[in-house]
Design a protein around this ligand. Structure first.
Ligand code: NAD
Length: 333
């Protein structure tokens, strides 16, 4: 490949340029909720950086975007919250071949064939919810994975999120806050009517709407949630990710019902085909499918890198075609 032909000095320059560029894109995306490039542009440059850093590991710096969970944590004016268990990103792949490579590594690391829970990758932003004796006491964003933002007042305005669980459990759960497509369309119409910049996509709209200093503003934005993770499955008395989702539903937490358990990666194809087809008809945005090792003990064995869990991988759909904006034409006669 080309990068092998770069001199060490050229590689150093290219790596540092990509790191700076991706950092700037990240600030626009995560801090300002207003991306300056399309996601696939970001993803392509990110992949270039990963490849270059792999060939020239001496230039991987701790502040490289490849070593950090991207996210806002300081500039919004919201209070900071520390996550005792870091909130990570997800590794991503773009083809069946790469999914198979991921499975091969996973089977090798575990020494046995795991089953997987397939979930839709909801296009929103991650949130952590703390319940004490069944009562919602704190909500926070992912931030940089270790320090997030306190959005408790904002999350309390989201109807989907129960203030009280059906059982008096003390547990931290995580999931996705998203903006339904219908809310997104009407919010952007309002913004344009008021001369404000429309949000680029439902994910940025959800993030911008959740990270408001005035919770009443969040309330107007009509956000929803799907909860899909806890690091404390033992509190729920279950041992599988698919069972975690069932217990969440019993507790009154909003869960996405389109998950599916498969016994090996080769069985993923019908699921990918189904949701590639149904994607546009869903009332919320999805940008892929998340594959999770179903057995939680195996997840723990596989562990995490500094940025992503090894027990899970995101398969990203190909970029959506540019939305065609059909505007009414005013005829003058
Ligand atoms: P990500 O959003 O691709 O994946 C990780 C996230 O997926 C998790 O934090 C969680 O919030 C979410 N998720 C949704 N459904 C889930 C489920 N069922 N189970 C588990 N997690 C689920 O990773 P990221 O690090 O947050 O962001 C990278 C993405 O952001 C890339 O797609 C990139 O294109 C985009 N980005 C774009 C720009 C830009 O300038 N356009 C800049 C930075 C990042």
């Amino acid at each position: 490949s080309n990068q092998n032909k770069l001199t060490t000095q050229e590689a150093q320059v290219a790596i540092s340029q990509l790191q700076d560029e991706l950092t700037d894109y990240g600030i626009a995306y995560y801090e300002k909720d207003a991306p300056i490039v399309e996601d696939h542009v970001y993803d392509e440059k990110y992949a270039q950086l990963v490849a270059l850093e792999a060939s020239f590991p001496q230039f991987v710096t701790p502040d490289s975007p490849t070593q950090n969970v991207g996210g806002a944590q300081t500039k919004s004016g919201l209070d900071k919250v520390q996550h005792p268990v870091p909130m990570l990103s997800l590794g991503d792949v773009f083809s069946l071949a790469e999914l198979q490579e991921w499975e091969d590594r996973t089977v090798k690391a575990l020494g046995s064939q795991p089953s997987y829970n397939l979930e839709l990758k909801i296009d929103g932003l991650a949130v952590s919810l703390k319940y004490e004796n069944g009562q919602l006491v704190q909500a926070s964003t992912r931030g940089n994975g270790v320090i997030g933002e306190d959005v408790t007042a904002n999350v309390l305005t989201i109807e989907d999120v129960p203030k009280q669980l059906t059982e008096p459990l003390t547990i931290e759960v995580r999931g996705e806050i998203y903006m339904p497509k219908a809310s997104f369309v009407s919010l952007n119409e309002d913004r344009e009517n008021q001369g404000q910049e429309p949000f680029a996509n439902p994910r940025n709209a959800a993030a911008g709407s959740l990270r408001q200093l005035d919770a009443q503003e969040t309330k107007k934005r009509k956000l929803s949630a799907f909860i899909y993770y806890t690091a404390e499955a033992d509190v729920l008395g279950v041992t599988k990710q698919s069972e975690v989702l069932e217990r969440f539903a019993e507790l009154g937490l909003p869960t996405n019902k389109d998950n599916r358990v498969i016994s090996k990666m080769a069985e993923i194809e019908p699921y990918l085909a189904e949701f590639t087809k149904r994607r546009d008809d869903l009332p919320y945005g999805i940008d892929g499918v998340v594959v999770k090792v179903d057995e939680i003990d195996s997840e723990i064995d596989l562990g995490n890198t500094v940025k992503v869990p090894r027990w899970s991988i995101a398969y990203k759909f190909p970029p959506e075609e540019e939305e065609t904006v059909i505007r009414e034409i005013e005829w003058t006669v």
